[in-house]
Design a protein around this ligand. Structure first.
Ligand code: KIV
Ligand code: ZN
Length: 385
C-alpha cells in the first residue's frame, strides 16, 4: 500500500534481468565445493527456474572449472552461460576456450585494492580493463565489466573507468558492493549518479555483510539498475550475496517488476541447492524457510483461516511452498478445530477441552506439538488408545 505511494515517485524498469552466480560466488561460500556433476545438476535447475544468465564458474582457476563450463554449455540451455575472468589475457582465453556466451571480467578499483592487492596505478587498471573489453568484443562475446570494490572507489575514478569500458563496447557495467558496505540510500545515490553518464544497462552485485544485500539490490533497481546478481539461498563469500528468492519476490510482488523466474520453482530449487551444498536454511529464512508460511499464534491462525492475506503477504503457492498450522503454547481453539477437521477426528466439547489443555501444558513446558501428538491425544480422549 505504502509501496504504491512511493512507487509513483520512481522511474522503475518494467523488467529486471537476473544473473545468478550460485555456481561461482555461491560456490565461494566457506565450506562449499561443488563437483562438476553437481554443477551440471544445479545448472539444469537454474535454467528451469528461468535465470537470464548463469555465472557457472571461473574457468581459469582450475581444470574442473573449465570442464564444468564446457559440460554446461553442451546442455544447450536457454540461459546465457557466463564465465568469470580477471582482466588478464590468460583468464580471458580460458573463458573463451570453454565457449561461453558471456564473460564477466573484473579488477579491483578501490585504493585498498590498487595499493595492497594489485600494486597498480589508476591508469594501468583502466588500460587493462579497456583492453580486456575490446578483446572480449573482438571474439563476439557479451561483456560485463565489474569494478571490484566499486563502493569504496573514488567516485570520479569510478565514473572514468565505467565511461572508458563503455566506449570500448562493454554490454553491461556491474557495480559490486564487494564487502557489503552500502546502505539503501547510498546505493540509490551511486546508481543514479552512474546512470547520468552511462548508457549501457547497469547491474549490481551486493554482498550481505550487514544484512542489506537484498535491500541494497532493490534500491539499485529503484535508481535505474536493470540487472541484479543473486544466488540461491543467498550463498556466497562471508555472509553471502543477495538471495535470488528474496530479490525476485520483492521485485514481482512489491514493485510489480517482471523477471523471467518461474517463482513456483523457488522452494524446490532452494531445497535442491541446500542438499547439494550442505548449507541448511534457517527455518525463518524469508520465502523458502520451513516457517515462511507457518502460523502458531491463535490470533494469527484464526485470521489466516478466515482470509490468508491477514498474516501472509504472498501465497505459499506462488513460491511452491505450503501453509502450515503449528500447534504449541500460543495455539487457539480454531487451529485445533481446523487440524481435527483435516484428519477427520470428531471430539465432543469435553474431549476437545482435554486435548486443548494438554497442548497448552506441553507448550508451557517448551515443547512443540506435532500432528502425530494431536492424533495420539485425540485417540486417548476417545478411549481408543
Ligand atoms: O564481490 C565481488 O566484487 C565479486 C567480483 C568478482 C565482481 O564477486
Ligand atoms: Zn561477489
Amino acid at each position: 500500500m505504502y509501496v504504491e505511494t512511493v512507487k509513483k515517485t520512481m522511474k522503475l524498469p518494467k523488467t529486471v534481468r537476473i544473473l545468478d552466480t550460485t555456481l561461482r560466488d555461491g560456490e565461494q561460500t566457506p565450506g562449499v565445493a561443488i563437483t562438476v556433476d553437481e554443477k551440471i545438476r544445479i545448472a539444469k535447475k537454474l535454467d528451469k527456474l528461468g535465470v537470464d544468465t548463469m555465472e557457472v564458474g571461473f574457468p581459469a582457476s582450475s581444470p574442473g572449472e573449465m570442464r564444468a563450463a564446457r559440460e554446461i554449455l553442451k546442455l544447450g540451455l536457454n540461459s546465457q552461460i557466463c564465465g568469470l575472468a580477471r582482466v588478464l589475457r590468460s583468464d580471458l582465453d580460458a573463458a573463451i576456450d570453454t565457449g561461453v556466451d558471456y564473460i564477466h571480467t573484473f579488477i579491483g578499483t578501490s585504493p585498498l585494492h590498487r595499493e595492497y592487492k594489485l600494486k597498480m596505478s589508476q591508469e594501468e587498471i583502466l588500460n587493462k580493463s579497456v583492453e580486456s573489453i575490446e578483446y572480449i568484443k573482438d571474439h563476439g562475446i557479451t561483456a560485463e565489466f565489474s569494478a571490484e570494490d566499486a563502493t569504496r572507489t573514488e567516485f570520479s575514478y569510478l565514473k572514468e573507468i565505467y565511461n572508458a569500458v563503455e566506449e570500448a563496447g562493454v554490454d553491461y557495467i556491474n557495480v559490486p558492493d564487494t564487502v557489503g558496505v552500502m546502505v539503501p540510500a547510498s546505493m540509490r545515490w551511486i546508481i543514479s549518479e552512474i546512470k547520468k553518464t552511462i548508457k549501457v544497462p547497469i547491474s549490481v552485485h551486493c554482498h550481505d555483510d550487514f544484512g542489506m544485500a537484498v535491500a541494497n539490490s532493490l534500491s539499485a533497481v529503484e535508481a535505474g539498475a536493470s540487472q541484479v546478481h543473486v544466488t540461491i539461498n543467498g550463498l556466497g563469500e562471508r555472509a553471502g550475496n543477495a538471495s535470488l528468492e528474496e530479490v525476485v519476490m520483492a521485485l514481482t510482488s512489491q514493485y510489480n517488476i517482471k523477471t523471467n523466474i518461474n517463482t513456483k520453482l523457488l522452494v524446490d530449487t532452494s531445497e535442491f541447492v541446500s542438499r547439494i551444498t550442505g548449507i541448511k536454511m534457517p527455518p525463518n529464512k524469508a520465502i523458502v524457510g520451513e516457517n515462511a508460511f507457518a502460523h502458531e499464534a491463535g490470533i494469527h491462525v484464526h485470521g489466516v483461516l478466515q482470509k490468508a492475506e491477514t498474516y501472509e503477504p504472498i501465497t505459499p503457492e506462488m513460491v511452491g511452498h505450503t501453509r502450515r498450522i503449528v500447534l504449541g503454547k500460543h495455539t487457539g481453539a480454531n487451529a485445533i478445530k481446523a487440524k481435527l477437521e483435516e484428519y477427520g477426528i470428531e471430539l465432543n466439547k469435553d474431549q476437545f477441552c482435554k486435548v486443548f489443555d494438554q497442548i497448552k501444558k506441553l507448550g508451557d513446558k517448551g515443547k512443540c506439538v506435532t500432528d502425530a501428538d494431536l492424533k495420539a491425544m485425540s485417540e486417548t480422549v476417545l478411549g481408543r488408545a
